[in-house]
Design a protein around this ligand. Structure first.
Ligand code: PEP
Ligand code: MN
Length: 300
């Protein structure tokens, strides 16, 4: 070896703009504790439920269906970002109360979207995880506000965001003092119209290289088609995602929002059985739960 070469000083490592989010400042994977589990650990975390929180018995029925199939967290929007101002906008606090009721009865954690900084306190008083939707992924005042709470934030990738922009959005939350961020790849808008969005599965690999934060995949909003959800869920598991967010409705034909991409409870159950079998092949597990049928009967 050329001695002058071995004596050359190592150049200083140049940090990217997303410093705290970068693996260079935090080499180990971050784990986000959630009850008996941690997001980013060996358990492959499943968040499932309707697009929007709806009236009971649909909401509670779907919550029990996803719980008994093995999901960890119930999803459902009480504040809905809709393209048209005339579409159903969500049940607001009434919806948050329905989620809290479903949590109390089923034991599932709650993830739900917050659209506005002024609602952060309200949503945080009900939710276990606060979701930032794709449309708000670069709403920096909202991200800064979420940096000041002490609850996990599920940050979805913006419709047109590069991975660098996505990681910088996460940086806003970390820089505010909240390091509990879970990233979510939910497809990006491309020139391809055959799916609702284009699911960027390789983003999982890039993000795992560049960041220590856990990343889950939402195959429902990514594809917009219920029959694409199972294959893309398997692909996300195989590609190294830490979990999934899946839209499920006990009767998708009656869903107030996104029925076309929602799995029926039966389809979700089949998918969960399949993922439970596959997970160990990819170094993961999905714990099975004992059905609590007595409780089901009591609460419906
Ligand atoms: C949602 O998860 O309810 C949602 C609106 O998704 P996205 O922000 O990814 O479009
Ligand atoms: Mn939806």
């Amino acid at each position: 070896m050329d001695p002058s070469c071995s004596q050359a000083p190592t150049p200083p490592v140049k940090l990217p703009s997303y410093k705290l989010t970068s693996r260079l400042t935090h080499p180990a994977d971050s784990l986000i504790p959630l009850g008996a589990y941690a997001i980013g650990g060996p358990e492959f975390i499943i968040m499932a439920g309707p697009c929007s929180v709806e009236a009971d018995p649909q909401m509670l029925g779907t919550a029990w269906d996803v719980k008994l199939a093995g999901a960890h967290i119930i999803r459902g929007g009480a504040f809905k970002p809709r393209s048209s101002p005339y579409s159903f906008q969500g049940l607001a606090e009434e919806g948050l109360k329905k989620l809290a009721n479903a949590r109390e009865l089923t034991g599932l954690g709650i993830v739900t979207e917050v659209m506005d900084s002024s609602d952060v306190e309200l949503v945080a008083s009900y939710a276990d995880i606060l979701q930032v939707g794709a449309r708000n992924a670069q709403n920096y005042s909202l991200l800064k506000r979420l940096g000041r709470i002490n609850k996990p934030v599920l940050l979805k990738r913006g419709l047109m965001n590069t991975i660098e922009e996505f990681l910088n959005s996460a940086e806003y939350i970390l820089a505010g003092g909240n390091s509990q961020v879970i990233l979510c790849e939910r497809g990006i808008r491309t020139f391809e119209p055959s799916t609702r969005n284009t699911l960027d599965l390789s983003a999982i690999l890039t993000i795992k290289e560049k960041s220590h934060l856990p990343i889950i995949v939402d195959p429902s909003h990514a594809t917009g088609k219920a029959h694409y959800v199972a294959p893309m869920s398997r692909a996300a598991l195989a590609a190294g995602a830490d979990g999934l967010m899946i839209e499920v409705h006990c009767d998708p034909t009656k869903a107030l929002c996104d029925g076309d991409e929602s799995l029926t409870s039966e389809q979700f159950k089949e998918l969960m059985q399949n993922l439970q079998e596959l997970a160990p092949h990819f170094g993961r597990r999905i714990s099975t739960i004992a059905p609590t049928t007595a409780l089901v009967a009591e609460s419906l």
